[in-house]
Structure formats: structure tokens, C-alpha cells
Write a protein that binds this ligand. Structure first.
Ligand SMILES: *Cc1c(COP(=O)(O)O)cnc(C)c1O
Length: 360
């Protein structure tokens, strides 16, 4: 296998031991004679895989029995619609924080179902900050407050959880879930597309407080109704079985690493090393305010953008892949999710220093 480090924002790198185990079990899962891909989702083998994955996720995140854990399809993008369809209930308005590209998408979709009050925005700083608390305009009658704890494109991350009183807090955690311990009880609903920090694309995890579901907008399809998924153990239809299995292997790997406290320390070290290298140089720059820099997605620019293509080509030759920044931002972006080894960040930092020395 080629020795590379993959900094893709998503689908993203998976833990190597997880891929090895999936390979070893690919044709014959634990003596069943079948691949997990070939199993009935209602058979005892897959039912046990599914239950173990849920139990491990509950243990890792400390999710109480007050919450459903759902394994769905449709990506985080479907959640942009499912959230209002299920959580508006008898209300017509929801509060949204606008901290970047994914917030905007969530807002755009919610507007199809309700009045969106943009309660806080960092648009005036080009999404390089988090809106200070004294600028928020939360509406106590809102159905919920939605925010994006980590903006995958802009590289902006909340280091704290907004306080919204009685109004349920909803979080799009697609690119930060499982990167550190989380007080789940502070949230009404958490959702995440799997392809950043959970597993392969095609699976979406939703964690929702049980008392919030059961009342949907008129005309909501069954597939968009959390209650129906909960009543059927996320098997209202054929679930994404292989993605669910791989997510379960990732959860087991996380437990072996020491859980989310251990991951938080490693992630802090990785991000710290990369930001320190950027800040110590005259050649690289990170546009994001120091207070809210993402530990998962690190955007940076070169002092001379005409060197971008050479940087990317050199990085690729050194085995450092997918560093090109999002087309809306430009520059570079290194996504350093849980599965990115510390050695990968060290290799990137070495390459950056050498590139600056020879080309900067
Ligand atoms: C990737 C991402 C999405 C989109 O996820 P899909 O699964 O492609 O729908 C939404 N929100 C955030 C924060 C993301 O990082």
C-alpha cells in the first residue's frame, strides 16, 4: 500500500485498523459465511452488529435513555429539512446561527418550512469569528435554535455550547462529532453525516431527545419522520447496513484509543502543532480568529497564491493528499479528523517548512 496521508474534508480518512478488520471480515463475517453486505438487516447477525454499534456510541458519548439514536440515510443535508419538519410542532419560527457555508445551507432549507430568525451571524467578519454573545437575538418562542458547532469549510469551531434556556438546541455536528467529549444533555438534537468522523458516506447519525419527536408537519413523508424511524429501530426500510457496521468498527476503535477524552487530547496536539507552524511562519496564514479555530479543519493560505499549484503538487509527491481548499475559500485546507494520525500532521508540517524554505 502506498504510504500516504489523506487530508480530505469528506469522505475522509478512516482508521487504518478499522479498514484492516473490515478487509479481514469482508467475505466471511465471524464464521457466518456471509459478507455483512449480504446479510438480511432483520437477521440475528446484523441485528447484533447494529445493537452493538448503538451501545458503543451511547457509551462513548454518554447518551442517556432520554434520547433516541437513529442510523439514517440522506446525509446531513436531509437533516436540514427533517429538523424543521419534526421539531417545529405548533410553532412557525426557528432561530438559526449563521457562521458559514453549512449554516447558510441549513437556513436556506429551513426557510421552506418556517420563518427563520438569524439570531446571530458572523457574516460581517467573513465568517472568521463566532458571534459574541451580546449580539445574539434569541427568540424565547422559537421552536428550536440551530447552529453548526464546526464549519467544515471555513474552519470555525465553537469551543463552548450556546445556552438557549428552554428552547431546544440543535447542532449539525457532521465534522466534529466524536472529536471530544460532549454534554449531550445540553442538546435537543444532534446530527452528523458519517463521512467525516464516523464512517463511510451514506449513513447519518441522529441523536434526538425522545420528548421532542412524534409530531410532524402535515405531509411529512414517513422516511422523514424521526418517530417512525425510532419505532422501527432505524429499520423502517433497509438501512445502510455496511456503513452502520463500519461505524460500529470505528466506535470500537475509539474505545480502544481511550474514548473521547483521549481523542480530545490527541486532536488538540495535532491542531496545536499545525496552527503553531502556520503562526510561526511569515509565509502561511490562517484567516480564522484564534479563539475559534477548528481542531478538525485547518484552512490556510500561502503568502503568494501563484505558488498554490506548486504547493499542492509537491505535497502530493510527498504523499500528502487532498489539501486543496474549498473552491469558495481557496488556499489550502487540512482536515485532521480522528483517523488522521499524529505522524500525518508531523509530515505535513515538515513539508510546509521545507516548501517555505525553498520556495517562500
Ligand atoms: C459535510 C457537511 C454537511 C453535508 O453533509 P452531507 O452528508 O453531504 O449531506 C453538512 N454540514 C456539515 C457541517 C458538513 O461538514
Amino acid at each position: 500500500m502506498a504510504d500516504i496521508y489523506n487530508f480530505s474534508a469528506g469522505p475522509a480518512v478512516l482508521p487504518h485498523p478499522v479498514l484492516v478488520r473490515a478487509r479481514d471480515e469482508l467475505l466471511d463475517w465471524q464464521g457466518s459465511g456471509m459478507s455483512v453486505m449480504e446479510m438480511s438487516h432483520r437477521g440475528k447477525e446484523f441485528v447484533s452488529i447494529a445493537a452493538q454499534a448503538e451501545a458503543d456510541l451511547r457509551e462513548l458519548m454518554g447518551i442517556s435513555s432520554d434520547y433516541h439514536v437513529l442510523f439514517l440515510q440522506g446525509g446531513a443535508t436531509s437533516q436540514f429539512a427533517m429538523v424543521p419538519m419534526n421539531l417545529l410542532r405548533d410553532r412557525q419560527q426557528a432561530d438559526y446561527f449563521n457562521t458559514g457555508a453549512w449554516s447558510k445551507k441549513a437556513i436556506g432549507e429551513a426557510k421552506r418550512y418556517c420563518t427563520v430568525n438569524v439570531a446571530a451571524s458572523s457574516e460581517s467578519t467573513k465568517f472568521t469569528t463566532i458571534p459574541p454573545r451580546d449580539t445574539w437575538k434569541l427568540d424565547p418562542s422559537a421552536a428550536y435554535v440551530h447552529y453548526t458547532p464546526n464549519e467544515t469549510i471555513g474552519g470555525v469551531e465553537f469551543d463552548w455550547i450556546p445556552v438557549t434556556g428552554e428552547v431546544p438546541l440543535v447542532a449539525d455536528m457532521s465534522s466534529t462529532i466524536l472529536s471530544r467529549p460532549l454534554e449531550v444533555s445540553r442538546f435537543g438534537l444532534i446530527y452528523a453525516g458519517a463521512q467525516k468522523n464516523i464512517g463511510p458516506a451514506g449513513l447519518t447519525v441522529v441523536i434526538v431527545r425522545k420528548d421532542l419527536v412524534g409530531e410532524t408537519l402535515a405531509g411529512t413523508p414517513s422516511m422523514f419522520d424521526y418517530q417512525q424511524h425510532a419505532d422501527n429501530g432505524s429499520m423502517l426500510n433497509t438501512p445502510p447496513t455496511y456503513g452502520w457496521y463500519l461505524a460500529g468498527l470505528v466506535f470500537q476503535w475509539l474505545k480502544e484509543q481511550g474514548g473521547l477524552e483521549a481523542m480530545a487530547l490527541i486532536n488538540q496536539r495535532k491542531a496545536g502543532k499545525l496552527y503553531a507552524a502556520i503562526d510561526a511562519s511569515e509565509f502561511y496564514q490562517c484567516p480564522v480568529d484564534v479563539e475559534c479555530r477548528s481542531r478538525m479543519n485547518v484552512p490556510f493560505t500561502l503568502a503568494d497564491a501563484s505558488l498554490d499549484a506548486d504547493f499542492l503538487a509537491g505535497a502530493k509527491a510527498a504523499g500528502l493528499l487532498s489539501l486543496k481548499g474549498h473552491r469558495s475559500v481557496g488556499g489550502m485546507r487540512a482536515s485532521i479528523y480522528n483517523a488522521m494520525p499524529e505522524a500525518g500532521v508531523a509530515a505535513l508540517v515538515d513539508f510546509m517548512k521545507e516548501f517555505e524554505r525553498t520556495r517562500g
